[in-house]
Design a protein around this ligand. Structure first.
Ligand code: TEU
Length: 527
């Protein structure tokens, strides 16, 4: 086992910087805020932070519309501050992962601006997907392809040509058949690795190669692997080793695993738990499937309960039987926060004891729920706007964190702030702040902190083998070695724990007779 392969067992904390901590009082999170909260992250016990795009951006898609891949947006700070952050994080034992978005850029990116100013058929336009439209005067888009955020995937420019965007119109797709695009991104990868970045999260990694006039299929096309093999050759020249982490959304498991072959990505997000209901048989299937997918490749399994794209898990798990991170939010299915909280606590102990790495999304450790009652005018997500409001979008999981105090901004911004937080925080978050939970036995935060502490101390946790233990139909029970086991009860009645010496941690107190209540999880030391 390579001890330098830190990503194999890491707990990686996702920082949505706009909403993490605001240092300068403008209502938007920034590098100064993040730097001031590094002691919190070190105390929480995470191994790394993944920072979502911090580059100059008009924020048409929360920063996933990048105007310059080699700079920091002034609302967050400066490149010098980013370098300071990396240094300080390293000094606190925390690695730093940045987010590279290779499929598209902002329509304000210099290359796209140059393409707009240039003639149809020019080399500047060849870096993107400019095409003539259909119809007598080209008034119809080149194809009927729909964008992932809704509406046509083509937008027309002043001279009549159309350009392709798989996401919002403000996010033109690069033409990855063009060698200049490849060289540019290889150089961007070097740029950030040279600044001490420990890993790169690769946005929408499977959709770069396409031939939109020939086929609507933009996922996992021929030629995609060469791109990441080239990136891997670059990352392999760095020491200590750096991780390439793919956001590879592919339903086909074999296709997914090909990104994790020798000489390619080190690891990729496993989104299986985002779509799985709170149901033992289904979760067992997802666990077995995940481990089977990873068995033939060197990459570790990874586990994700939430991120900035999906409904927060407290809300999801509070919906009886369903846990669909995407579709169900459109139908405003009511959620029971007590039930959701209970299950989310159990789910946390479940994923943190499974083999491999875990990704935690800021606020998950506080038990925050989805903010579902944001005013329409405040919602920024293009998914909301481009669906005509049918899809509530992803703003509800991106509300600024509550740190302390009894009223907004809950310490998110300094006392002398000039602006309110960019999205309003619910008043009842007074009970969810870091300060309200810190040191309080049984709080959500202390559960995460204790789980992360044990996870670090137990050599059998993180990457490594597991075996299922005999258990009832609504129970998931597995051992990590001869002594450590997890039992998670998804049923509606209490279950006995297997013979054990010691109870290490439980998501809720055990019953007086020592049984594990429903919707609860326990870490135990076996006899
Ligand atoms: O997401 C990729 C992606 O496919 C998402 O659009 C996903 O399908 C959707 O969010 C589900 O609700 C990445 C980023 O994580 C996301 O925030 C960006 O909007 C997107 O890429 C475009 O860069």
């Amino acid at each position: 086992q390579n001890h330098h392969a830190w990503w194999r067992s890491a707990a990686i904390y996702q920082v949505y910087m706009r909403s993490f901590a605001d240092g300068n009082g403008d209502g938007v999170g920034d590098l100064a805020g993040l730097r001031s909260r590094l002691p919190y992250l070190a105390g929480l016990g995470v191994d790394a932070i993944w920072i979502v795009p911090w580059y100059p951006s008009p924020l048409a898609d929360g920063g996933y519309d990048v105007a310059d891949f080699r700079a920091i947006d002034p609302i967050f700070g400066t490149l010098a501050e980013a370098e300071k952050l990396i240094e300080e994080a390293h000094a606190s034992g925390i690695r730093v992962i940045c987010d590279i978005v290779p499929n598209h850029c902002s329509d304000q990116h210099a290359w796209f601006q140059r393409a707009l100013a240039a003639q149809p058929g020019s080399p500047e336009r060849d870096l993107f997907w400019f095409r003539k439209g259909r119809g007598e005067s080209g008034e119809l888009p080149p194809t009927d392809l729909q964008s992932i955020f809704g509406g046509p995937a083509w937008t027309r420019v002043a001279d009549g040509e159309w350009y392709l965007h798989l996401f919002a119109p403000e996010q033109p797709d690069f033409n990855w058949d063009h060698p200049a695009v490849r060289e540019e991104f290889e150089d961007i990868v070097r740029f950030w690795l040279d600044r001490g970045i420990d890993g790169i999260r690769i946005d929408s990694a499977a959709v770069l190669i396409k031939d939109p006039l020939v086929s609507d299929d933009y996922e996992d096309n021929e030629g995609i692997h060469e791109i990441y093999q080239a990136w891997r050759r670059i990352s392999d020249t760095y020491s200590p080793p750096r991780a390439l982490i793919g956001e590879v959304w592919l339903p086909d498991h074999e296709a997914f695993a090909r990104y994790l072959q020798e000489g390619e990505l080190h690891t990729a997000f496993n989104f299986a738990f985002l779509g799985a209901p709170w149901e033992a048989e289904r979760l067992r299937y997802e666990i077995d499937m995940t481990l089977a997918v990873h068995a033939p490749v060197a990459a570790p399994a990874t586990w994700v309960l939430s991120n900035h794209d999906v409904t927060r898990e407290v809300t999801r798990f509070g919906r009886e039987a369903t846990n669909f991170a995407f579709a169900e939010k459109r139908f405003h299915v009511p959620s029971d926060p007590q039930l959701g909280t209970r299950r989310a606590r159990a789910a946390a102990l479940l994923i943190m004891s499974l083999p491999g790495a875990v990704y935690l999304y800021q606020g998950e450790e506080l038990g925050l729920e989805e903010v579902e009652d944001l005013d329409d005018e405040l919602r920024e997500d293009p998914m909301f706007h481009r669906s005509g409001g049918i899809d509530p979008g992803r703003d509800g999981c991106r509300v600024p964190l509550p740190w302390s105090g009894s009223a907004p901004p809950f310490g998110f911004s300094p006392a002398d702030a000039t602006r309110d937080p960019w999205l309003p925080q619910p008043a009842h978050w007074a009970g969810r702040t870091v300060a309200a939970q810190e040191g309080v036995p049984g709080s959500f935060l202390e559960l995460y902190r204790e789980a992360l502490r044990i996870r670090r101390a137990e050599s059998s946790l993180g990457d490594g083998p597991m075996r299922w233990l005999e258990a009832g139909p609504q129970v998931l029970a597995f051992a990590r070695d001869d002594s450590f086991a997890n039992v998670t009860n998804l049923g509606s009645s209490a279950v006995p724990l297997p013979p054990h010496r010691e109870v290490l941690l439980t998501s809720v107190p055990l019953n007086e007779d020592g049984t594990l209540p429903s919707d609860a999880s326990a870490w135990i030391r076996l006899t």
